[in-house]
Design a protein around this ligand. Structure first.
Ligand code: PEP
Ligand code: MN
Length: 321
């Protein structure tokens, strides 16, 4: 059937389920000969996928995908907890952070080595040196590493050190970057652009899936509105909405979503209550002296408290943390 699909000029994407196998025939909508698929061997039915995104659509795959990368698993009963500093600053800082967040129950370590900054004069990250520090922190703790990649040419380098490639909000529609991550065998955390619609987010994810990489996590990290009491506005209805439209797991970022340390824990809890499959939270040994995003970062003690409070919410919605 794959050959048959390909002979029509369509791409065949095979999704093995527990009860049935789906062959997603992706390409131009109006091709001749689609009806000839119906009589093929083993074919139960041929259905059009109505959503503009095909591979990301729940119409294609009813079960939520579980994305696994080292110690991190997102999409199952257990909520994935990614925690760590905005930026990797020193080996001591990232290793201390990894140990503290692991002890509190985090399942992955975050930390930016390549930083996309609004101002060219702001700290740009330690680049490969930072990636090496992240690898050391992984060796010391066993935590999977989530770190940002900002350019297509860096995907190979970042992929050598990272377990999960983070595509930042500013790069959500960098199509060459999406394509490069589609070719990687690393999982990808795709953050929503601050002015992107949910359909645009899903179509950005579609680029990665279409490139052959099925391991995609979507992240709601807040959007830009007229409101200024928070850095961004964190729309949590995104979580159940996305879950109705896609099988990809959904992660919430209450740090960038609020921009204020004192609002992070409440919105982390709200994210879990809304059904998030994972959270990504900024944690630093000394937020007041962090090189980036200190104003929205938790110290170790506050993160422990967040974990304890989130566990109770998780239990209430039949999840574990
Ligand atoms: C970050 O995670 O530190 C970051 C830069 O996030 P975003 O791309 O969502 O702004
Ligand atoms: Mn940050």
């Amino acid at each position: 059937m794959v050959k048959h699909v390909e002979s029509l000029g369509l791409k065949a994407n095979v999704i093995q389920g527990s009860e049935r196998t789906v062959i997603a025939a992706v390409g131009e909508e109006r091709v001749d000969g689609v009806s000839t698929l119906e009589s093929g061997p083993g074919v139960d039915e041929v259905l059009p996928i109505l959503a503009p995104y095909k591979l990301a659509s729940r119409e294609l795959k009813a079960d939520t995908s579980i994305v696994t990368a080292g110690s991190l698993s997102v999409g199952g009963v257990q909520i994935g907890m990614i925690a760590g500093p905005c930026s990797v600053e020193t080996e001591e800082q990232i290793v201390a952070c990894a140990k503290a967040v692991k002890k509190a129950g985090a399942t992955a370590l975050r930390g930016g080595a390549f930083k996309p900054r609004t101002s060219p004069y702001s700290f740009q990250g330690l680049k490969e040196e930072g990636l090496r520090m992240l690898a050391t922190a992984r060796e010391e703790t066993g935590l999977a590493v989530v770190t940002e990649v900002i350019a297509p040419d860096d995907v190979e380098l970042v992929g050598k050190y990272a377990d999960v490639l983070q595509i930042g909000a500013r790069n959500m529609q960098n199509y060459r970057l999406l394509e490069a991550c589609g070719k990687s065998h690393r999982a990808v955390l795709l953050k929503r652009g601050p002015s992107a619609t949910i359909d645009e987010l899903l179509l950005a994810a579609e680029y990665i899936l279409d490139g052959g990489n099925p391991k995609v996590l979507l992240c709601e990290r807040g959007i830009r509105t007229f409101e200024s009491h928070t850095r961004f506005t964190l729309p949590l209805a995104t979580v159940p909405y996305l879950q109705s439209k896609t099988h990809l797991p959904v992660v919430v970022d209450p740090s960038h979503g609020t921009g204020h340390t004192n609002l992070v824990t409440a919105m982390a809890k709200a994210g879990i209550a809304a059904g998030a499959d994972g959270l990504i939270v900024e944690v630093h040994p000394d937020p007041a002296h962090a090189k980036s995003d200190g104003y929205q970062t938790l110290d170790f003690k506050a993160f422990e408290k967040l974990m304890a409070e989130c566990r109770r919410i998780a239990e209430a919605v039949d999840r574990t943390l």
